[in-house]
Design a protein around this ligand. Structure first.
Ligand code: FAD
Length: 440
């Protein structure tokens, strides 16, 4: 059978993770991407570094500074509980493209324009080195927030903008800080070479922004007036013009078709306050090989694969939106400010981590990934795990739950042991876990 060609559009973490994953799965992958156009510094947690390592970003990982403490001044209280690893995104993205090449991905550097899609495939006009017309059987849209929208978004938060200003000072320690203010919040980062990156996030409708020519002075005055920003600006000067990034949370309405898929920010982009943008992008990109593999090679399960992708992207989007909401709600000083009012109740009032105490456990058939394809199997669904738990301790959980549900509480562990073919130690471990869940 002729290998089907997959084109991945974009050059950020989502495009690169999807392309490397598909290449590892033996697919014919071409990445068409234009390196990002503006400088930015971002921070990630240890679990993102681990996900990047497993996804094959070895050169890109070398661009992160060692983890540093983040000072948070929120609701007037200073905490230093969190650590983050800072990275210059331009450097990171360039190194990640090298990781993709090293993994065997064909990389076309250029701007993808005029993507024409039919049931038979895609034609992409690329503007860049030499220009080109590329054809593909399958398309992965990973152009971030710049990706053209398809229909109406399913969910969109309050319109938000982040103003970025670079400052330069003497060499020093790497550190970062976040601070809430009456009309938004600020995030500041200092790199070892003395560059400082200051970001002010505001409500688009509520912010009284000056004309573009005065934006530099506006940002400078705002940072100069902030106590938390003082260590970042005291010995430094602004460099260049500020840049504005839209940071409105958006979940797209259509995430997958028979021969296309959206991943990364092109599928769902969260509020930068959550600090989970790269994590969410990677999550949707890392499931792409199984979803695309199923759509291409097992079309009878196409609807199941699309459902798997949609449910997982939406689940994480809402989870991070609710975590952000709870963090916004902790700020009590400006209850009537439009910025805080619009965010403290969005997207809903459901608990961020699911209602751990609510309801029992039930068995449902749902999409799962087995041997690189999306298939359907029984999983255990709870309020805290609405997508279901498939395996526990390397074994299917649904038959185990059925075994204990059919036994008297005193005989539950014996029923588990019987289901596990006499494996006493494993039965005891799983019984202890089920007791914690309240299932026994
Ligand atoms: P992107 O990283 O946006 O990549 C899209 C790529 O597509 C770019 O390389 C772009 O040049 C390319 N492209 C665009 N159009 C075309 C085209 N026509 N043809 C070819 N290529 C094209 N996340 C964190 O984890 N930590 C943070 O601290 C953090 N801070 C943030 C601060 C702000 C203000 C914002 C807005 C976001 C922040 N994020 C943060 C989120 C993070 O930047 C994104 O979630 C992440 O970069 C998304 O990855 P992606 O690959 O989907 O998209």
């Amino acid at each position: 059978m002729r290998a089907r060609r997959i084109a991945v559009l974009g050059a950020g973490p989502a495009a690169i993770a999807a392309a490397i994953g598909l290449r590892r799965a033996g697919e014919d992958v071409m990445l068409i991407g234009e390196p990002r156009r503006f400088a930015a510094v971002e921070g990630v947690s240890a679990r993102v570094l681990e996900a990047l390592r497993r996804a094959g970003f070895s050169r890109a990982l070398a661009c992160f500074a060692a983890p540093s403490r983040r000072c948070a001044t929120w609701n007037g209280t200073l905490t230093q509980a969190n650590w983050e690893s800072l990275v210059e995104r331009e450097r990171f993205d360039r190194a990640a493209l090298e990781d993709a090449r090293a993994a065997g991905v064909r990389v076309v550097v250029g701007r993808a324009l005029d993507v024409r899609t039919t049931a038979a495939g895609h034609q992409i006009h690329v503007e860049g080195e030499g220009g080109a017309e590329c054809e593909a059987d399958f398309l992965i849209e990973a152009r971030g927030r710049a990706a053209p929208g398809l229909g109406m978004p399913r969910m969109r938060g309050a319109e938000t903008v982040s103003l970025l200003q670079y400052w330069q000072g003497p060499r020093g320690a790497v550190h970062s800080a976040v601070e809430s203010c009456a009309d938004g919040w600020m995030w500041m980062a200092a790199l070892a070479d003395g560059r400082r990156y200051l970001q002010l996030t505001l409500d688009v409708a509520g912010a009284a922004l000056p004309p573009k020519a005065e934006l530099g002075a506006f940002c400078r005055a705002r940072f100069a007036a902030s106590a938390a920003a003082a260590p970042f600006v005291r010995d430094a000067q602004p460099v260049g013009e500020p840049c504005a990034r839209t940071s409105t949370p958006v979940l797209h309405g259509e995430l997958a078709g028979e021969n296309w898929l959206r991943v990364g920010d092109a599928a769902a982009a969260v509020d930068p306050l959550s600090g989970n943008g790269i994590f969410l992008s990677l999550s949707s990109a890392l499931q792409a090989p199984a979803v695309v593999g199923t759509l291409l090679h097992d079309p009878a399960r196409a609807a199941l694969a699309q459902r798997f992708h949609r449910e997982r992207v939406a689940h994480l989007f809402y989870r991070f939106a609710r975590i952000g909401r709870d963090f916004y709600a902790q700020e009590q000083r400006w209850l009537h400010s439009p910025f805080w009012q619009a965010r403290r109740g969005w997207p809903d009032d459901l608990p961020a981590e699911g209602d751990a105490a609510g309801g029992g456990a039930r068995i449902e058939r749902r999409p799962v990934v087995a041997h690189g394809r999306v298939v359907e199997d029984e999983v255990v669904v709870t309020a805290a795990q609405p997508l279901g738990i498939w395996h526990l301790d390397g074994i299917g959980l649904a038959p185990l739950l059925r075994a204990v549900q059919g036994a008297a509480p005193a005989a539950a562990e014996a029923a588990l042991r019987a289901e596990l073919g006499g494996e006493g130690a494993r039965a005891a471990r799983i019984a202890a876990w089920m007791r914690e869940q309240g299932w026994i």
